[in-house]
Write a new protein. Structure first.
Length: 335
């Protein structure tokens, strides 16, 4: 906003206040988001059973990713025609309206053979339980998958748009590049939506072990596209959209997979999602920071190569070392 109103002396002198306010807002947003994501994971796990967990997580993720489509569509339209502040005001209004829907969320009603309701615990006890589960042998085998999920998000959140913009003609302004990148990123959301339903059905159909192999294949395809795009270093709308769509499909499969495992392969339906929030948030922080240092074609090669090797290791570790349990959780309805 300071760049939008250079003649406003009051606004120009408020840099320190605005910077501190943004940091505090980010902390508050992260704290609230951590509660929301743990609650979401538990809620979906309570609503589903082991035979349809893929479908329930698919529906949730598909609707969530419509925000990616709408957000990028708004970004492509608004940034090119209005001030950036208008875009953020619109998003704030949408968030406030969406938050009201939590007031009418129905409570899951479990059947007789479902897991009993977990006892309420204090914050200190919850922290202890989260740490205890995090360092348990079973969770340590699964942690690389959670870490890679943060890598995937970091790539499409902090590297994909700069990569697309870098390959565009230098004659375009920064706003034009950002707008064009947002158009391509719409297909990331489309890939997430299509991939959610396709992978959710596949997860329920073939089981988690074979679904891990399916995810590994999708991983190889997505990385092949992004590595070639980086090597080509020349923008093409069709290729950019294909890349974003393929990455969305891969990320949707990954998300469906680890949410199904966390909800049905551990004793608690709450603590595993607390572990997810801790591990994913910290890993995301590290990977976004490292991603900010990536500027050149060679740097992209190194970043993508390292994350690819780690991802393959994570999937193979799960396939060969993680022992699946047979869930006895029953069907659930909503009031």
């Amino acid at each position: 906003m300071r760049s939008e109103y250079p003649e406003n002396k009051t606004l120009q002198s408020m840099y320190s206040f605005i910077y501190v306010f943004q940091l505090l807002s980010a902390i508050l947003c992260g704290f609230g988001g951590s509660i929301l994501w743990v609650a979401q994971g538990k809620y979906i796990s309570q609503c589903a059973n082991d035979s349809n967990k893929g479908l329930y997580n698919a529906v949730f993720w598909a609707f969530l990713m419509t925000a990616l489509v709408v957000g990028n569509a708004l970004g492509a339209f608004v940034i090119a025609r209005f001030k950036a502040s208008v875009f953020f005001i619109l998003l704030t209004g949408v968030c406030l309206v969406a938050a009201l829907f939590l007031l009418v969320l129905p409570k899951p009603v479990t059947s007789d053979d479902a897991k009993a309701e977990e006892p309420k615990t204090s914050i200190c006890e919850a922290i202890k339980q989260t740490w205890s589960l995090m360092i348990s042998p079973r969770m340590l085998t699964f942690l690389p998958i959670l870490i890679y999920s943060a890598m995937s998000m970091a790539i499409y959140a902090s590297l994909l748009t700069p990569l697309l913009a870098r390959t565009m003609p230098g004659t375009l302004s920064e706003d034009k590049k950002t707008s064009a990148a947002c158009v391509a990123m719409i297909f990331l959301g489309a890939g997430e939506i299509v991939g959610s339903f396709a992978n959710g059905k596949l997860h329920d159909l073939i089981g988690s072990k074979l679904f891990a192999i399916a995810n590994l294949i999708q991983l190889c395809i997505a990385y092949a596209l992004i590595v070639y795009f980086n090597h080509r270093n020349k923008y093409n709308y069709g290729f950019a959209m294909t890349l974003c769509f393929a990455w969305g499909v891969m990320d949707a499969g990954l998300t469906n997979f680890f949410r199904g495992i966390l909800g049905f392969q551990f004793d608690s339906q709450t603590i595993p999602f607390s572990v997810l929030t801790v591990v994913q948030s910290f890993s995301m922080f590290v990977m976004v920071y490292l991603g900010a240092l990536v500027k050149t074609v060679t740097a992209y090669w190194i970043y993508l190569g390292c994350t690819f090797v780690f991802a393959v290791f994570a999937w193979l570790l799960f396939f060969f070392r993680f022992e699946l349990r047979t869930s006895k959780k029953g069907a659930i309805t909503a009031e």
